[in-house]
Design a protein around this ligand. Structure first.
Ligand code: ADP
Ligand code: MG
Length: 241
């Protein structure tokens, strides 16, 4: 079967630096795949290449077999990929609900339909009671939830999450893990997530891809990857499993 997302031989240089070097992996439909690796490994750059922030120097990205390489972010979003940003950036002056409406308008043609969609998503993420508050007044865990809500409101078939658990307390991590598991199991949402919280990676992922210095060094089940000596040496050795 054609994977939902198929990334082949992606490379991106920033001046001399090879941020992403010949990276390829596939995300099967209905699965949760984690992208892990040390800081600077090229994880966010890989997301930016998929999401159309900048085109790759080499390589190809396919969604459901269709080439989307080099499309602008709005076209990638329209094709069915929603993403969050590692540095959360809501429209601070707008309310929580308005922020999500902006996401929903990617798919809905009327503000009313977008508002309905926004409310459903806010309910889903446990943010409904914060809907009228200005986004800038939210706590960090709620801003992370809002970031996921904005991406979800675009009704993606593939959701890209960039460190949405970073900075959350263990109980908040557990809550977000439940939300993500539920979206995957009940709604069949396919997820590709960059994540450092290994407890969540182990609990959620079907497959783990590991980057180091821009290169893929491992790709397999969570159990296979954490037992891989290269992964332990480059990344997990320093982590508290
Ligand atoms: N827009 C950019 N311009 C120049 N260098 C960048 C840019 N984005 C990322 N880099 C560099 O590319 C490398 C990979 O960064 P990044 O993809 O953010 O890593 P990760 O998300 O795995 O921590 C780093 O050395 C980073 O400094
Ligand atoms: Mg990053």
């Amino acid at each position: 079967m054609v994977p939902l997302l198929d990334v082949q031989n992606l490379s991106k240089r920033f001046r001399g630096l090879k941020a992403v070097s010949n990276v390829g992996f596939a995300v099967p439909e209905g699965k949760i795949v984690a992208l892990i690796g040390p800081n600077g490994a090229g994880k966010t750059t890989t997301f930016n290449l998929i999401a159309g922030v900048f085109p790759p120097d080499e390589g190809r990205v396919r969604l459901k077999g269709e080439t989307i390489t080099g499309l602008k972010p709005n076209r990638v979003c329209a094709a069915g990929i929603g993403r969050t940003f590692q540095i959360v950036k809501p429209f601070g002056q707008l309310s929580v609900e308005e922020n999500v409406i902006v996401g929903a308008l990617a798919r809905e043609s009327s503000v009313e339909a977008a508002r309905r969609q926004a409310r459903t998503v806010l309910e889903r993420l446990g943010l409904a009671d914060q809907a009228a508050r200005p986004a800038r007044s939210l706590t960090l865990p709620d801003r992370k939830r809002l970031e996921v809500a904005r991406a979800l409101a675009t009704r993606p078939t593939l959701l890209l999450l960039d460190e949405v658990l970073a900075g959350l307390r263990p109980t908040e991590v557990d809550r977000m893990v439940e939300v993500l598991r539920d979206l995957n199991r009940r709604e069949g949402l396919t997820i590709l997530m960059i994540e450092h919280v290994m407890r969540a990676v182990m609990a959620l992922s079907d497959q783990v891809v590991v980057l180091d210095h821009g290169e893929k060094i491992a790709d397999g089940s969570p159990a296979e990857v954490v037992a891989d000596p290269r992964v332990v040496e480059s990344y997990l050795g320093a982590e508290d499993l």
